[in-house]
Design a protein around this ligand. Structure first.
Ligand code: MG
Length: 368
């Protein structure tokens, strides 16, 4: 039976709290846990449901767990009884501003459901460009010695690309890069808005003896002129992350030639549909995309992995956050071996189960 006969019967949302193995520091602050949400979208008489995850954060997406749960609760009645028509559902969700993590959770769940209804893995439904893709591993802001230890450990686990977080201090950041420059790995940098434009250029010019793939978001997200100044004044590619949430942000940046690449995150853009628009805008402008993540488990990471496998213009991948979690509650879904991501050849996301959902929250939030 095709998706045209299927209707949404119920949408549930619950708290999905995840602890990290150790604090993770970036220039925006230190994170010790992720207060995410888990969404299920059910259809018809079927016991089949699609599953999605939202990972809200005030500092980037401007939302939080309570607001995201509330959004799902408010939007669910508008979606129940509708067909699995992704564009119509997106239109309803996008009539509300912001709340992109909650929108992403619903959007991912619906794509998962459509994949299950059509018995196709999501990456094949979306285009099926490749079967595996390499991810980097991210190292937070640490001392140069700790960065080196983490890098050696990552290499021993098969990673060949490392994303190093920098804080926006030219000399201290330079020492972090020097500490790993002899390890024969690809290095990409992420400043999470930490530099002033002038310091970013000063820093980048000191990196000329190192092989750096690119620097992500060197300056504050709102400073588009600063981004362009760093791109034009430095000699390594500049990627936007926090400056691009939606497709319209991507369009503005490529029209004004501010960046050499765009880091897409499902939590910033509200799901796979908007991510696809960004990929296409970037491709038309001749610039590559990266796909990254917030502190997500392998539910939404798997959705992002399917997208990366489906689209040629995703050339860089940073889908590593589940490796920072104390416990991995997900079975099935994407896997990383020797730095290479694969997804199961089974319908939808290919996730088979989730452990550790708190039952008290389920009672409170499930029947909405
Ligand atoms: Mg980033």
């Amino acid at each position: 039976m095709g998706t045209e006969t299927r209707k949404i019967t119920k949408i549930t949302a619950e708290k999905y709290d995840l602890s990290l193995i150790e604090p993770f520091r970036i220039s925006l602050g230190t994170i010790t846990k992720a207060n995410n949400i888990l969404v299920r979208v059910f259809c018809n008489d079927s016991s089949t449901f699609g599953m999605g995850e939202g990972s809200p954060t005030y500092k980037i997406t401007g939302d939080n767990q309570a607001g995201s749960l509330s959004f799902v609760k408010d939007v669910a009645p508008l979606l129940v009884d509708r067909k699995l028509d992704i564009q119509a559902i997106d239109e309803i969700m996008n009539s509300f501003v912001n709340m992109t993590a909650a929108k992403a959770a619903i959007n991912i769940a619906i794509y998962d459901l459509i994949g299950k209804e059509l018995s196709k893995p999501l990456f094949k439904l979306l285009g099926g460009y490749r079967k595996e893709i390499e991810t980097d591993l991210t190292i937070g802001i640490l001392t140069p010695k700790e960065v080196r230890e983490k890098a050696i450990d990552a290499i021993s686990k098969g990673f060949r690309i490392l994303k190093i977080k920098v804080e926006g201090d030219v000399e201290r950041d330079l020492k972090r890069i020097e500490a790993i420059s002899d390890l024969g790995i690809k290095i990409r940098l992420d400043a999470n808005q930490g530099f002033t434009p002038k310091d970013a250029v000063k820093f980048i010019r000191k990196l000329s003896s190192f092989e750096i793939e690119f620097i992500e978001q060197p300056v504050p997200f709102w400073d588009i002129d600063g981004l362009k100044y760093v791109k034009e004044s430095g000699n390594i590619p500049v990627f936007a992350d926090e400056s691009v949430h939606l497709a319209r942000d991507a369009l503005k940046l490529v029209q004004e030639k501010c960046v050499d690449g765009i880091n897409i995150k499902l939590m910033k853009c509200g799901g796979l549909s908007e991510a696809i628009k960004i990929i296409n805008i970037a491709e038309a402008a001749g610039i590559p995309c990266m796909i990254g993540c917030m502190l997500e488990s392998r539910i939404s990471l798997t959705a992002a992995a399917h997208l990366a496998l489906a689209f040629k213009n995703i050339k860089y991948v940073d889908l590593d956050s589940y490796l920072f979690l104390k416990d991995d509650p997900v079975s099935g879904g994407m896997e990383v071996k020797n730095g290479k991501i694969t997804v199961p050849d089974s319908p939808g996301l290919g996730i088979t189960g989730i452990r550790c959902i708190k039952s008290s929250y389920e009672k409170e939030e499930k029947n909405i």
